[in-house]
Design a protein around this ligand. Structure first.
Ligand SMILES: [Fe+2]
Length: 319
């Protein structure tokens, strides 16, 4: 291991000085970015060497969404099993150093028991633990009985929090039974309010399936979170909420809502067309866009999301 030798403007995640690149950690077995020496002053004659120690924090999350997994058959001409397997294989190959993965909803199709059972087998091939979330197409009992969840997951909803080096990662349940639109009831709201109050001294990063705002995507906006004000009023009460990450729309967008940054993500399965030319569900045809997942890195409070293509558009498509 080699220790940084300059550090005038701090260091990057490898411990190299940001201004001159001097120093850094060598070797290939770095497991923990949180423990590291970064700054050394230049000693004058007669001075003793002064070493300052800072912590470099890093949380890396692989964010996947909307696999629409089916144990058999296709959806809109797509084999969702091939796409999910390709995403997991790609993440295993290139991002096994991540802390964990999140799958932000719409996990299955109509065969609740068969789809969740088979899905569990596919997710088990991931080298990263994958935390599953609820989407409009999911079933709470089916998900809970076949996929592992954190111990402190809410009993009636699939909401849970994960503590990381960079803060609290919150996974919400916005499912509304019998609807494709989203819901955030008083019980879920109070859980989030209490969690954010208890973790007020740490940044919070919130994952949810349904966007709490219209995104200029007319067909998806019809089925956004119905209780948008309920949700936004809570998160705006807590200044530790730093970013929102939403699935559901099968399309990457980013922006701010009431000043809070947000991002959405393309699906592991089929993508949604751009809003123009206009389309409706009768004329809906997935664009020839490749699927993606997100590589999310949070370091010393800085958030970077890399939209990452993991296979060709043609993989799993009929014809
Ligand atoms: Fe979906």
């Amino acid at each position: 291991m080699q220790i940084a030798a300059c550090g005038t403007n701090g260091t990057d995640r490898m411990g190299s000085c940001r201004c001159c690149g001097i120093g850094g950690i060598g070797g290939d077995s770095i497991q923990d970015w949180q423990l590291f020496v970064v700054a050394v002053s230049v000693p004058q004659a007669g001075d003793s060497l002064l070493i300052q120690v800072e912590g470099i924090k890093m949380t890396k999350i692989i964010w996947m969404s909307d696999p629409h997994f089916q144990n058999e058959g296709t959806i809109d001409g797509l084999d969702p099993r091939m796409r999910l397997a390709a995403a997991i294989d790609h993440a295993n190959t290139h991002h096994a150093d991540a802390d964990f993965a999140i799958l932000s909803g719409d996990l299955v199709g109509d065969d609740i028991e068969g789809d969740y059972t088979a899905l569990a087998g596919y997710l088990a091939k991931s080298e990263l633990h994958i935390y599953p979330m609820m989407g409009n197409n999911d079933d709470r009992a089916g998900l809970r009985s076949r996929l592992p969840l954190p111990e402190d997951t809410m009993p009636d909803f699939i909401q849970f929090a994960l503590e990381t080096a960079e803060g609290t990662v919150v996974c919400l349940d916005t499912h509304k039974v019998g609807s494709h639109a989203g819901q955030f009831c008083d019980v879920r709201r109070d859980w989030l309010d209490n969690l954010l109050r208890k973790t007020a001294d740490r940044p919070a990063y919130i994952f949810m399936h349904h966007p709490p705002l219209a995104l200029g995507l007319p067909k998806q906006d019809e089925i956004m979170l119905e209780d948008d004000d309920t949700f936004l009023n809570v998160v705006c009460r807590h200044t530790n909420v730093k970013h929102l990450f939403m699935g559901h729309v099968h399309r990457p967008t980013c922006g701010t809502v009431r000043g809070i940054p947000f991002a959405t993500l393309g699906a592991l399965s089929f993508q949604a067309p751009a809003p123009r030319p206009a389309w409706d569900w009768d004329s809906f045809k997935p664009p020839k866009e490749a699927p993606q997942y997100g590589v999310l890195e949070i370091s010393n409070g800085n958030v970077i999301l890399q939209y990452t293509q993991f296979c060709d558009f043609a993989l799993g498509m009929d014809g």
